[in-house]
Design a binder for this molecule. Structure first.
Ligand code: ACO
Length: 340
């Protein structure tokens, strides 16, 4: 028999359930394969595949920006949800690659959608941003502040990638994913969420240039300070530790075990990280939804695109318990258990 989660309304609590009522995603047309990268830097398909699992990634056009991809993903989510732009109360957009420092990319998306009554803000939590935004959306809906929240994860990582650095340029891609959240009157929805951060590791994954500390100058641009800097081995280690702990914490909050979970949707950074987590959670790899072979790591967009694909392909079904777990620069991490 299906186990009941601890914080489900069915278990007697009166907490307002928040459901994802529609998902959407968008990836750019242009595909950059491992073979293409071999013509750009000293690498091989074999190295990239065995170390990361990535085969290809999508690259946005020059005039295609984070707000454009975000808008396309949002429109798909709104269509599936049956929600018009005028109904949206809040737009939360998670990104590390905003169109500009300000105004927020969420404001630009608002205009493109015509979501005139929405309040808009960007969430800066690197690859973990989409689930931070889900948690914030949930709090606003649970407290009856807002009815309908549009959450987006969108990135144009190709714009901050050092295309001469083989350590990083093979990892990243562009894209966007979105979800519409609302209280829907049924028990299905977000059961538990956990978010966390540790700023002491800020220097293992960061972009030093572009902020007030190191503004963009010709000299700084020559040093590639406006691109991603990463200590790969440290990130790998911390990602496994944090995603494992976050998974266990949120399962504990939900009163469920990993055996109750039909599908795990993890951050799509590296297949080896996902394999390590599967191994430590003692579940088979096929319980995880993985699409990083096709898109690489799209940071805040990654788990959102994966959720949309899992939803649209029937990989997750009504009534399934799903676990989403993410990790990113900051450090930041987050996890959520949802009854779909
Ligand atoms: N092609 C060929 N060789 C390469 C490449 C490449 N693209 N990149 C690095 N190498 C070389 C290195 O120069 C090094 O050579 P050396 O031994 O002669 O010095 C060798 O390969 C091994 O390099 P390592 O960095 O030790 O390789 P590792 O096995 O750690 O794999 C990787 C690197 C894939 C980045 C790994 O550390 C990792 O997965 N880290 C997690 C980081 C991650 O996924 N980041 C994504 C963003 S973070 C996030 O989304 C949360």
């Amino acid at each position: 028999m299906k186990r009941q989660p601890r914080s489900s309304p069915r278990s007697g609590k009166t907490r307002r359930t928040v459901s994802i009522i529609g998902t959407g995603s968008y990836v750019p047309e242009k595909i950059l394969t491992n073979a293409d990268l071999m013509r750009m830097v000293d690498t091989s398909d074999e190295w990239i595949t065995t170390r990361t699992g990535i085969k290809e990634r999508r690259i946005a056009a020059k005039d295609e920006h984070t707000s454009d991809m975000a808008t396309k993903a949002a429109l798909a989510a709104m269509e599936q949800a049956g929600v018009s732009a005028k109904e949206i109360d809040l737009i939360l957009l998670a990104t590390a690659t905003p169109d500009m420092m300000f105004p927020s990319t969420a404001c630009l998306v608002q205009t493109k959608l015509g979501a005139t009554k929405a309040a808009c803000l960007d969430i800066s939590a690197a690859c973990a941003g989409f689930l931070f935004a889900i948690e914030i959306a949930q709090q606003f809906i649970t407290s009856h502040t807002y009815e309908t929240v549009l959450v987006i994860g969108a990135e144009k990582l190709s714009s901050i990638t050092n295309w001469n650095d083989r350590n990083t340029c093979v990892l990243f891609g562009d894209g966007a994913g979105a979800a519409v959240l609302r209280h829907r009157g049924s028990a299905h929805g977000v059961i538990a969420t956990h978010v966390g951060s540790d700023g002491t590791y800020a220097d293992i994954l960061f972009m030093p240039g572009g902020g007030c500390r190191t503004p963009i100058t010709l000299e700084n641009a020559d040093k590639n300070l406006q691109t991603i800097h990463m200590s790969g081995k440290d990130v790998y280690k911390q990602a496994v530790i944090a995603m494992l702990a976050a998974s266990k914490t949120v399962l504990g909050q939900a009163g469920l075990t990993i055996d109750d979970i039909a599908c795990v949707i993890p951050h799509q950074a590296n297949l080896r990280i996902i394999e390590a987590i599967a191994d430590r959670l003692k579940i088979p790899l096929d319980r995880f939804y993985v699409n990083l072979d096709r898109y690489g790591n799209t940071s805040a967009a990654a788990v959102a695109i994966a959720l949309d694909e899992a939803n649209r392909t029937g990989r997750i079904k009504s009534g399934d318990y799903i676990l989403m777990v993410v990790f990113g620069g900051g450090l930041t991490w987050a996890s959520t258990v949802i009854e779909w």
